[in-house]
Each structure stands twice: as structure tokens, then as C-alpha cells.
Ligand binder design. Structure first.
Ligand code: UTP
Length: 304
């Protein structure tokens, strides 16, 4: 089902960071959730690195109130850099700035009110224009051999249209996700790609068409903006991105991509703690010491 012409390159990524992060209060009272660190990098930094590794050239952040720290993170910090330079701390200096995107390749726009993910993405419409784009939710982390968005861009090069990062969840959890209604008659040579014939936002387990849930990775066609223009609030009174993508089914391709890797829901406390453990175990310099410390912690808590 490959297309004859390659689809238009995905050059831009939107990072919606306008949410309130209420599950992390009081930590998020004056600090954005997306600046919470997993080991030693903020969530948004991992998201940026993933986009860069997937070939993204333009990074668009949809921010809100209390989000200045994100803008500062993607800028020079002259005082710190000059102090580190005077002290000849080369490694630390590199960590502050050698990864910064080129001037002009980062943009910020405001979502004045957190009216939902669909609304946040719509706020980026003028910065995206008429080309396909990626959306990355920084609080969904995917630990994988190949960056999740890169995997999805390869799938997009194959089938084009709209691609959603998907994974199976336990049936009792469907009400926390957008769920894919799979078109089983459409077969693809890549078994990770599934065609959607419908999408349902946060269905009760009894109403869920499958257990295949959408996580915070999307490749979308700009046509989604004209649907979002008229989109009414859906589940939770928010303007849902899932509902807008669902309206595109039948007019253009919408596929799920079962990515390789483990997803950590860093928007939840438990997922965030698990991500910190998992990512620290990935680092050779900390792995052994973390294992030893964790063994002690478990022992003290009366666990094996
Ligand atoms: P969440 O659903 O986790 O919402 O958003 P939240 O407000 O950040 O957190 P809680 O539920 O209150 O704890 C998923 C992603 O979408 C962004 C968030 O910033 C987060 O990165 N988002 C959500 C927006 O940008 N705007 C919105 O209106 C809602």
C-alpha cells in the first residue's frame, strides 16, 4: 500500500506545553511540568532531542502562563556560561549550550487558556502553514533503540497521511486514552502499521473498539487545522485532538504505528518515578550504583 510519490517531508514539530500540570502540584505551582527533570534533563529536552534525531528543523512551542522557564531553557544563559568559561568547565559549558537550535529555528506561541490538546495544536496553525508536521507531548517518554518519532517518520514515508504513535493498554485503562478502531481488512507489509477506521476519545472499557491507544506522538496533515477551527469541546469539556483527527478518516489516511520501545507516562506520578529509574539504569556511569541504592531502598521498605 506504498504511495508512488514520497509524501512531503516533515520539517516542523509542535510541542504543546500549555497544560496546567495539576497532577504535579505543588511542584508545578510556579514551574512548568515539562521542566521536571528525568535524571538530569527536563522532559522537554528529551522531546526536543527526539525531534532533532528525527530530522525536525523547526521547533514550535505552544506555551501558557508560568512557562518562561521553557523559553529560557532554549536560549543562552550568558551569566552561567561566562562563569563556567572562567572556571574552564568545558563539559558543563557544552551541556548549557552546544545543543541549542540555530537562531530562528525555535518559535513560541501562546495558548491563553488551556482549552485542550486540540486547541493547543490549533494555536500553532500560522507557524505551521500548509505542510505536514509532528506533535510531541513531552510528558510521554519513549525509551527505544531508535527514537519513536524517527520510527514514525519512516512509516509516514511509506503510507503518508496522518500517523499516530500507538500501543496496547490493559482493557481497564481505555478510559484514559484515545482508542483506535482498527480497519482489519487493510493489510500492510509492515505489521507495525494499522489503518484506523475510527477513533474514540477515552471510551469506557465496554465501549472501547480495541485496546490500541494513542500516545503523545503524531504526524499530521495541515488539513487538521480547518477541522479544529470548528471543533466543539469533547470529552472533559476540552477541544480534543483525537476528535479532529477522527473527522479526517475517509478523506485521508489515518494510521496507527505500533512503535518499538517502552513508553513512560511522565504526566502521572508513578510513570514519572518509573522513568527516572529506567533512564538512570540506561546510563552506564550510574547503572550499578542505582541498582545498589534501589536494593537498599527496597530492603528498608520490607520488599525483596
Ligand atoms: P495533560 O493531559 O497531561 O494535561 O496534557 P496537563 O494540564 O498538562 O496535566 P494535568 O492533567 O493537569 O496534570 C498533555 C500535554 O498537552 C499539553 C500539556 O502541557 C501536556 O504537555 N496541553 C494540554 C496543552 O498544551 N494545552 C492544553 O490545553 C492541555
Amino acid at each position: 500500500m506504498s504511495q508512488t510519490r514520497s509524501p512531503m517531508k516533515v520539517r516542523k514539530a509542535v510541542f504543546p506545553v500549555g497544560g496546567l500540570g495539576t497532577r504535579f502540584l505543588p511542584a508545578t505551582k510556579s514551574m512548568p511540568k515539562e521542566m521536571l527533570p528525568v535524571v538530569d534533563k527536563p522532559l522537554i529536552h528529551y522531546a526536543f532531542e527526539e525531534a532533532k534525531a528525527a530530522g525536525i528543523e523547526q521547533f514550535i512551542f505552544v506555551t501558557g502562563r508560568n512557562k518562561h522557564a521553557i523559553e529560557d531553557h532554549f536560549d543562552h544563559s550568558y551569566e552561567l556560561q561566562s562563569t563556567l568559561s572562567q572556571k574552564n568547565k568545558k563539559k558543563e559549558l557544552e551541556l548549557t549550550s552546544n545543543w541549542l537550535p540555530k537562531a530562528g529555528n525555535v518559535s513560541f506561541t501562546r495558548q491563553q487558556e488551556p482549552m485542550g490538546l486540540g486547541h493547543a495544536v490549533w494555536c500553532a496553525r500560522h507557524l505551521i502553514g500548509n505542510e505536514p508536521f509532528a506533535v510531541i507531548l513531552a510528558d510521554d517518554m519513549v525509551l527505544s533503540k531508535q527514537p519513536c518519532l524517527k520510527q514514525m517518520i519512516e512509516a509516514y514515508d511509506d503510507v503518508g497521511g496522518n500517523i499516530l504513535g500507538v500501543m496496547d493498554v490493559p482493557l481497564e485503562k481505555t478510559s484514559s486514552y484515545g482508542i483506535v478502531d482498527i480497519d482489519k481488512s487493510a493489510k500492510n507489509k509492515d505489521k507495525r502499521i494499522v489503518k484506523a477506521k475510527g477513533l474514540v476519545e477515552k471510551p469506557a472499557p465496554a465501549d472501547a473498539p480495541s485496546t490500541l491507544s494513542i500516545i503523545g506522538r503524531y504526524i499530521l496533515q495541515p488539513d487538521v487545522f480547518s477541522i479544529l477551527d470548528k471543533q466543539k469541546p469533547g470529552a472533559g469539556g476540552e477541544i480534543q485532538l483525537t476528535d479532529a483527527i477522527c473527522s479526517m478518516i475517509g478523506k485521508q489516511g489515518v494510521h496507527g504505528y505500533r512503535f518499538e520501545g517502552v513508553r513512560y507516562d511522565c504526566g502521572s506520578l508513578v510513570g514519572f518515578v518509573a522513568a527516572n529509574v529506567a533512564y538512570s539504569l540506561e546510563r552506564t556511569e550510574t547503572r550499578e550504583r542505582v541498582v545498589d541504592e534501589l536494593k537498599e531502598v527496597f530492603k528498608r521498605a520490607g520488599l525483596k
